[in-house]
Each structure stands twice: as structure tokens, then as C-alpha cells.
Design a protein around this ligand. Sequence first.
Ligand code: ADP
Ligand code: MG
Length: 398
Amino acid sequence: MNIHEYQAKALFKTYGVAVPRGGVAFTPHEAEQVAKTLGGPVWVVKSQIHAGGRGAGRFQDDPDGKGGVRVVKSVEEVRENAAAMLGHTLVTRQTGAAGREVKRLYIEEGCDIRRELYLGMLIDRATSRITIMASTEGGMEIEEVAEAHPEKILKVSIDPATGIQAYHARRIAFGLGLDGKQVSAAVKFILATYRAFTDLDAAIIEINPLVVTGSGDVIALDAKVNFDDNALFRHAEIESLRDEAEEDPAEREASKHQLNYVKLDGSIGCMVNGAGLAMATMDIIKLYGGEPANFLDVGGGATKERVTAAFKLILADKKVEGILVNIFGGIMRCDIIAEGVVAAARDVAIGVPLVVRLEGTNVALGKQILRDSGLPILSADNLAEAAERIVNAVKEAR
Ligand code: ADP
Ligand code: MG
């Protein structure tokens, strides 16, 4: 789950992670009020969307105009720019061409930037530890830095048995070329950020840029936090920060049914149990010349209700011209799955070719149920045959 920059900064503040002063605004009038309260002489009006690259982004209706992060020098300009941004669609390199409508703004005090650095923390699957990444190349996307100047990324991995120690933070501070009081400011900052990360069960915290100010303070100018969904049950306060308007409606619907769904651009919908098998299914669809419309893992305990919800989700995508169901009955029995598929197919009018490949426990019974249903379900004995059949069936139906 993602949250907005202003929400992340409010959380940071409670952990003692230094951030500029600011306030959220939903209307130009509120923006003006926040600006007055903050006092000048410089304010920054920042679009709040769940995507980065806002500063360099452009509004759809004003492609030659200013970006989604604007530095201004009067309260009037705060109001004017707020009016020009709220309700308008911002396109950044992370939003895709469709962009995102800006519905909230963060009005922040202007900061006297001396240096722009990068600080990130994430769960590193390779080491099973939290890895801290830092770079002197703040403002740039870390993926680009990794590509062009991998030597400019400093990585420190934290042993969960000891947690973070001051020397870890000092190593980063010195690696970033900080000196004097900047070092102790950075150490305090990094220790506090790590505490927020572990306390809140974050998956990623990215501060880009982390800035050194003219007076030697070290503060977060941007804040992106992603939480581990599996831990949200113990953070009701974070769950309440969810902004559903920023989430994909299909993915939100899927998560209500415990389905792991990611929409893609192709025409062949797939329903699979297990993430690995789902990946393999997408690969083999491509191998036979098709394009998957989605990734969908129905999980190990797929019930009739879940299979029905999955069909509805797949068919809500108007690009879908065929569906491939690929189930390995390990813990689940194939006959139960077949009954679920038949019941769901009766419930939801599936107007496109449907190929079902079953394998595993009670597979013969499962196939029998599909045959006896009288529904136009194409059966397949293996993954290659299933992919070939659905790709051909879609071509023929065109
Ligand atoms: P994004 O990464 O989405 O473009 P940022 O919050 O990083 O958004 O802002 C983009 C740039 O705007 C920053 O790199 C920084 O140069 C500038 N900026 C952001 N907030 C402030 C601020 N409070 N004061 C001065 N400059 C800012
Ligand atoms: Mg940024």
C-alpha cells in the first residue's frame, strides 16, 4: 500500500525524521490559508499523487506549462497555482500517458537547498535484510543512477539481530561527503528513518531528494513510503491513510477477494493458482504468439466464489478475447476446481473462448465434470497445448 507524500512526512515527523513545515489543501482557498499560516517568503505547491517525477511532469491540458511541483513567492501565487493544478491531470514518467488527476496539494515552506542527495531503505530479498541505499545523485531516479553510475550508490545492509547501529549511519554520512554538524544531523536522520521503517512495517522508504540546507540541516524534501500489505492488519492507523482514488479499481476489487491481480495490455485473460505457475502461463502464452491480459493468482484455496469473482474481473477488461484457466490441483482437488469453473461459467456469461487445463489430484474426475457440463469449454492436457489452443481459438473468433 502506498500513501501520499504529505502523509509520509507527517509520519516521519512523529519519528523525529526532519521534514519542512507544510499542510495539505483540497481547495485553492485552503492552499492560501495554509500558505498564510506557514509564512513566507517562499512556498512550494506540490501535487499529491501516488507517482513520482511530479516536478518534471506536465499537466495534460497545459503540456508547455509548469510541472507538478512549483516554487512561488507570494500567497496569491500559491492560490493561483493551486487553482491551476487541482482537478487537472498530471502526466509524469511514472503515471503513464493517462496521468493522474490532482485532488490534493501539499503546501510546504521553501527550502534553501545546498545539496540534493538520495536515501532509500528497502527489504532486500537477496540478503533477507533491510538494505539502506544512498547516493550523492539526489533528484535523479535511482534506477538511472544504477544504470549509469553504479559506483555512486552506497549500500549498507543491516543485520536484524543487532538492528541499525550508529556506525552504519556514519558510514553513509561520510560516504555522502558530509562533514561537521551535517554528519550528526544525517546520523540522527538515518537512525530515525530506520526506526520508522521497522515500526511501521514498511517495504520501501525513498527520500529523493534528501537535502542539506544552507544552515547544515539534513531534511527530507520528498517522501515515498510503501507498506507491506501482509502487515497492515496490525496498523489500523496506516490502513486509514489509504486513498482509494489512487488505486486501480480492478486491483482493489481483486484484493477484496484475496486475488492477486495485475492488469496487463494483452487479450488473453489468465486464471492460475500459484504465482510461479501464473508467470509461466504468461510466458507460454507469449511463446505461442499471444499477449496476456493480466496476471491472476487465485491462490491455493480457490473456492467457487473466488473463481466467479476472478472470471468477473477478467471479463471486466474489454480487451479480453479469450481465457486460459491453468490449475494445478495439489492441495486443491481438480474436481472441486472443475465444479467451481462450471458454476462460475454458468453464473457469469463468458462470451469468449475458454480453455481449461487441469492437472493433479482427481484430474480425471475434474475433466469429466467439464465435459458433462455441456458448456463450450475447451480442455487441454498440458500447458503448451493449452496456450496453443487459446491463442488459436482467439484468432479464429476474430
Ligand atoms: P518529484 O520527485 O515527484 O518530482 P519532489 O518532492 O522530489 O517531487 O520535488 C521535485 C523537486 O522540487 C525537488 O528535487 C526539489 O528540487 C524541489 N522541491 C521540492 N520540495 C521543495 C521545497 N520544500 N523547497 C524547495 N524545493 C523543493
Ligand atoms: Mg522526488
